[in-house]
Design a binder for this molecule. Sequence first.
Ligand SMILES: Cc1cc2nc3c(=O)[nH]c(=O)nc-3n(C[C@H](O)[C@H](O)[C@H](O)COP(=O)(O)OP(=O)(O)OC[C@H]3O[C@@H](n4cnc5c(N)ncnc54)[C@H](O)[C@@H]3O)c2cc1C
Length: 387
Amino acid sequence: MKKVAVIGGGPSGMMAAYAAWRNGWEVTLYEKNQTLGKKLLLTGNGRCNVTNDKSIHAFLQHVQSHGKFVYPALKAFGPKDVMALMESNGCPLKKEDNDRIFPCSDKASDILDVFIGLLKDVNIITDTSVQQLWLENNVCRGIVLNQKKISYDCVILTCGGLGFPQTGSQGDGYALARQAGHARTALHPVLVPLRTDMAWTHALSGVALRHVKIRKPAIVGDILLTGFGVSGPAIFNLGYIPTPCTLHINLIWQQEDAFCRDLKAGNRQLSTVVSHYVPKRFGLALLQEMHLDPSIKISSLSQKTRNRLLEMFSNWPVYVSGPLGYQAAMMTHGGLDLSSIDRQTMASKTVSGLRFAGELLDVDAMTGGYNLQIAFSTGYLAGSTLA
Ligand SMILES: Cc1cc2nc3c(=O)[nH]c(=O)nc-3n(C[C@H](O)[C@H](O)[C@H](O)COP(=O)(O)OP(=O)(O)OC[C@H]3O[C@@H](n4cnc5c(N)ncnc54)[C@H](O)[C@@H]3O)c2cc1C
């Protein structure tokens, strides 16, 4: 029986191990933590948004880098396959808004339990950090552990990226791949809160701006103000943006005409009108920033002030100094250079007996279950195509 070592017991590694075992290989799964799936347990705020039930075409529109690369993996094992695997192994699922799929129990641990069950015939070695590949003449012969060479017919690297390093994903996979000559692209934290240079909004921590539109890149969603800047789905879904930068946010994009009408005439106070469109605390603070008296009557506003208000509410500038960092990042943007990886098998094009899957690859997507699905699909492809 041929032997494969899978390095990293996250979603991509567990799926690769399962697929390789089903494919008839003897599988050893190495994990540096004491238990498998430490990050998986944190996903979806502990509820695990395990996949997204969109067609592959619609799915790929939510992949922000290199969707084309993962197309064969999604074809081989897509959202419906993940859902069937979970449900047929005792984990019923439910669909929420935007086709997001969660376990009915709202417990990420139920997803992990399915994997623990599926991996019962896999040799699982925890508390073991693999730091060296055994390489000879462009062939990966296995791994080196405690200075001892351990032979495998194939090694699959599934060590994750750099997001939430406290879960064990600390960039080891890039270093292991580099030993085999695999380069990586520049890395950045994504799906991450942003720091801003706007002390007045820091004082509004907890205020949510609902269904607003970031102008470029065009993203619609909620933004949460925090003590250091901005967070929330619309911010996460920006993907990688070079910083420092200024985001322009339309706070009234669905009601711009009504906002203009409300500013034209009437006896209402400015604060009353503004509070109809944005949360009151935020509206008052924004008026203060504009040096406008909130108690002023609409009828006494000058045209110039009306124009300023429209500009501010439809094009609110947010000065971003940078991302919060990997400690708070759900994903890594960038990863192993995909030009030297075969997208039909996840195999190295330059070193035989070496494969990759999951966040380690230069692929990342928006929030919504897409990233876990990509980890599952690439892991499945890596394990199921071993020959
Ligand atoms: C807080 C949070 C919430 C998230 N929520 C969602 C969500 O709801 N839906 C979604 O689709 N995505 C979500 N994501 C993203 C998702 O978790 C990742 O896409 C996914 O975990 C990537 O899987 P992976 O197996 O490639 O890497 P990881 O999950 O990072 O797993 C890699 C594993 O490899 C181990 N390892 C690393 N180096 C070594 C080594 N040298 N030797 C042995 N073992 C090693 C690590 O300890 C780790 O267990 C979330 C991420 C975070 C941080």
